[in-house]
Design a protein around this ligand. Structure first.
Ligand code: NAD
Length: 498
């Protein structure tokens, strides 16, 4: 680990809320304990946000929106966005270790994610300056009708723990760049980098109240943000069941929602595929991020004729994956975020066994017994009737199934309630397009692993989400479209009562 990383970890102390430009304790003075996924020992205490803290944060954000931030010229506003990006870059050596220490994600992977976080800010500054534009609809010499996209107000951002820093910036960047103000409620299991982000944004010296962070539990702080009448936008990333509860709770206040939810994405390998590359992508796609990846390929469908060889090679990979300390550069799979989540994943392995799947697992070194480790696991001889194939496990576990025909695999791939991502491997270009278009998912990669293009729409179909983030698609959520109709001449007006 870098010296900067070591120092940052040594300096971890109690985390406060960031409200109206200052770091403050919770109004109730309550804290909760943040545990290490590697040892299950306490890392630190975190201010436990109450509904009163949410109220303070929303009021500060509302005031900033109506005040300096709302009046600011675009160039100046975007200057702040670029400044945040530069500051993140300056602190990469600290943020990635902090993220790995807090979440158990291997440091080789968090380093890349943090670099992308700075890029999220730069990207949205560029998007807003070039694409936040309106349309003009001239009507002969009678009217000029045009649209503008205005910021909405206070954006409530509720984020999960599986890639916390990156996912937070993925929402904060478009929210701020389009001119809204923000109250972030990060996941309670991963508070460290959310706090570091607050410190970084504090350094960028934004006007008070533009950006606020309230830590705390979903059922208290999160729920208070969802129902707060002065936060019209809720962008949520998390489990599908939580998303549906949030939509119910926000219904009375008629919230606008963006929902990025769970997934159970298929990877389909046809017998003409580049097997070496498909194997690399399949292994990485399920076991990177400890399998805690929304777009993970957690269902493998491999064509019968190559299944035996493919599965044998997948087993060899599973045997050799390096499970270890997340802070070690060589570690490929680290501990899961929390004991409770680890128990959930273990529960699914039991269910899979009872359902008749054969469990094939890699190895966990014996010195890791204090951590929340699940070995990379294949569920062999699985089928679509099983819960372990239908439900999101969110760990390093992949269900392995075979198919004979294209028609059959499309039907099986679509036979789940989720529709976030999909992966198709074939050298037949026509089949590649055909199968991709037949899969009901928000995103589909052909002969590729999960490589993001920030300009494209990100989001899920079916129970994997509502709406799209990414590119200018995020503007639909973060801005209000207004149309202005301007009469150019004296058009006919009915003269009632004249
Ligand atoms: P979660 O739903 O348990 O929690 C997410 C956030 O919601 C946390 O901040 C939590 O405190 C908050 N929350 C919980 N209950 C709430 C309530 N009643 N009101 C308001 N807020 C509440 O999800 P998680 O376990 O943190 O994350 C894992 C899930 O996230 C997986 O299902 C994964 O697929 C999904 N995910 C989806 C995407 C995507 O882009 N589609 C990306 C990453 C993760």
């Amino acid at each position: 680990m870098s010296e900067a990383g070591k120092k940052t970890i040594e300096a971890i102390t109690t985390i406060q809320q960031y409200i109206n430009g200052g770091f403050v304790p919770s109004s109730t003075n309550e804290t909760f304990e943040n545990l290490s996924p590697y040892t299950n020992e306490p890392i630190n205490q975190v201010a436990s946000g109450s509904s009163d803290d949410i109220h303070q944060a929303v009021q500060a954000a509302k005031k900033a929106f109506k005040g300096e931030w709302g009046q600011m010229k675009l160039k100046e506003r975007l200057g702040y966005i670029y400044k945040i990006a530069d500051l993140i870059d300056e602190h990469i050596e600290e943020i990635a270790p902090l993220e790995s220490y807090d979440t158990g994600l291997p440091i080789q992977q968090t380093k890349k994610m943090v670099a992308r976080s700075a890029q999220n800010f730069r990207f949205y500054a560029e998007m807003v300056s070039t694409r936040l534009v309106g349309d003009v609809y001239p009507v002969d010499d009678e009217f000029l009708n045009y649209t503008i996209q205005k910021p909405v107000g206070v954006a409530g951002l509720i984020t999960p723990w599986n890639a916390p820093f990156m996912l937070e910036t993925w929402k904060i960047a478009p929210a701020l760049a389009t001119g809204n103000t923000v109250v972030l409620k990060p996941a309670e299991w991963s508070p460290l980098t959310a706090n570091r982000l607050a410190e970084i944004i504090d350094k960028a010296d934004l006007p008070d109240g533009v950006f606020n962070v309230v830590h705390g539990y979903g059922e208290t702080a999160g729920a208070a943000l969802v129902s707060h009448p002065d936060a019209p936008l809720i962008s949520f990333t998390g489990e599908t069941t939580t998303g549906s509860e949030i939509m119910k709770n926000g219904a009375d206040a008629l919230k606008r929602f963006s929902m990025e939810l769970g997934g159970k994405s298929p990877i389909i390998v046809f017998d003409d595929a580049d097997i070496d590359r498909a194997l690399d992508a399949c292994t990485w796609g399920i076991f990177s991020f400890n399998g805690e990846r929304c777009t993970a390929n957690s269902r493998l469908y491999v064509q019968e004729s190559i299944a035996e060889e493919f599965v044998k090679r997948l087993q060899e990979r599973v045997d050799n994956i390096k499970v270890g300390d997340p802070m070690d550069d060589k570690t490929e799979v680290g501990p899961l975020i929390h004991r409770n989540h680890c128990e959930n994943v273990r529960g699914y392995l039991e269910i899979a066994k009872e359902e008749g799947a054969d469990i094939y697992s890699g190895n966990i070194p014996s010195d890791l017994s204090r951590g929340n480790y699940i070995a990379p696991t294949l569920l062999l001889n699985a089928n679509n009737e099983m819960r372990c194939v239908q439900e999101e496990i969110f760990g390093p576990v992949i269900a392995v199934m075979t198919f004979e025909s294209e028609e059959e695999v499309v039907e099986k791939a679509n036979d789940v309630r989720y529709g976030l991502a999909g992966y198709v491997w074939t050298k037949d270009i026509q089949r590649g397009h055909r199968v991709s278009q037949a899969i009901d998912s928000g995103m589909l990669w052909v002969n590729a692993q999960n490589v993001r293009d920030l300009r494209t729409p990100f989001g899920g179909a079916k129970h994997s989400g509502i709406g799209r983030e990414g590119g200018y698609y995020a503007f639909e959520f973060y801005t209000e479209q207004q149309v202005i109709h301007v009469a150019l001449g004296d058009h006919h007006i009915p003269q009632f009562g004249k």
